[in-house]
Write a protein that binds this ligand. Structure first.
Ligand code: NAD
Length: 311
């Protein structure tokens, strides 16, 4: 007897496409903040060409300097060589326009966590990209399905949720939205492995696995600080040594960027309605004061210009 039962997989994959990039050799990245720089470095390290697009010359220059400094720090720690730095930077082109990117096989959006902005960037990437190119977002909390719907290729829209610092974190969450085809998932999982990451497949849901699970921990550490239970370095030391974490929660929030952490919390609070996602007042205060963590030189700690904690 033939098996006539429709499988869920078949239903989900009715958008399977035939034209997909055979080989990924050139990638455009829009947004060169903490994440865009790290993603660019990881892809260029794997031998692919990268075009990085920023909104203006000032931000572009800042990103170029900061990436160069990040690699210099790695060289100082003997984790990289000068010739590796030269090879990586030679594969990256920096620009402030969407010109000359039509031959890119992948487009990665890594701009600020703002839905209207991301929608605009997705529209622009869709317009410039060749038919077979895949469009990726690095969003932590926004709806990929809605982003896919502003494009003419929703089956080729997927999330790739890298974690900070991208070159050092071996994980990436591969986020399948309602429209993403299985073929797109397959290509992107392969791409993730080619740039040295372990992909974990996740269905679209606010905060996915990593953001959803880490945010309440960061928030709780902030309340511990606010309630005067312990000072910041002691909270971090307790969590690092007690649970074998690489970073304590307050330093981790500083590395992630306190504005980003607040945006994720507000988005999770709005979409899931759980009190555990209500941001601690101390986080709001630091963001109001533009003390955004490591990237601005001050957050829960102060940092020197190499990004080392000074107090
Ligand atoms: P960031 O603030 O460091 O960088 C965002 C960059 O986007 C800035 O350099 C800004 O100038 C640029 N930008 C803004 N508008 C632009 C435009 N129109 N064209 C080109 N560039 C533009 O933020 P980030 O921490 O790098 O986060 C970027 C994305 O990655 C967000 O969606 C965030 O949720 C996600 N993410 C962040 C982390 C983290 O730990 N920081 C982790 C995973 C995912």
């Amino acid at each position: 007897m033939p098996d006539n039962k429709l499988k869920l997989e078949d239903l989900l994959d009715k958008t399977q496409s035939v034209d997909s990039p055979d080989k990924i050799s050139k990638v455009a990245i829009v947004g060169a903040g903490v994440m865009g720089q790290g993603i660019g470095q990881s892809i260029a390290s794997a031998g692919m060409d990268v075009v990085i697009i920023e909104k203006d010359k000032e931000n572009l220059q800042r990103a170029q300097n900061s990436l160069s400094e990040f690699i210099d720090n790695e060289i100082k720690r003997w984790a990289m060589t000068n010739s590796e730095k030269k090879a990586i930077l030679s594969r990256i082109t920096w620009q402030t326009t969407f010109d000359n990117i039509g031959d890119c096989d992948l487009f990665v959006e890594a701009v600020t966590e703002d839905f209207e902005l991301k929608k605009k960037i997705f529209g622009e990437m869709d317009k410039r990209a060749k038919g077979e190119s895949i469009l990726i977002s690095n969003t932590s909390t926004l709806s990929l399905t809605k982003l896919a719907e502003v494009t003419s290729r929703p089956e080729k829209v997927i999330g790739l949720h890298f974690l900070n610092p991208v070159p050092k974190v071996p994980l990436v969450e591969v986020i399948k939205c309602v429209h993403t085809s299985n073929e797109t998932v397959k290509i992107i999982k392969e791409f993730a492995k080619n740039i040295g990451k372990t992909p974990v497949e996740v269905y679209e849901y606010p905060g996915y696995v990593t953001t959803r699970a880490i945010v309440p921990l960061l928030n709780e550490a902030m309340y511990i600080l606010l309630e005067g239970v312990a000072i910041a370095p002691d909270i971090d030391t307790a969590m690092k040594l007690g649970y074998n974490f690489q970073y304590g929660p307050l330093e981790m929030a500083d590395i992630m960027g306190l504005d980003e952490v607040l945006t994720w919390m507000e988005s999770l609070w709005k979409t899931l309605g759980e009190p555990r996602y209500r941001a601690c007042p101390i986080l709001r205060k630091l963001v109001r004061e533009k003390k955004l963590g490591k990237k601005t030189g001050e957050g829960f700690y102060k940092y020197d210009h190499h990004g080392n904690i000074i107090e």
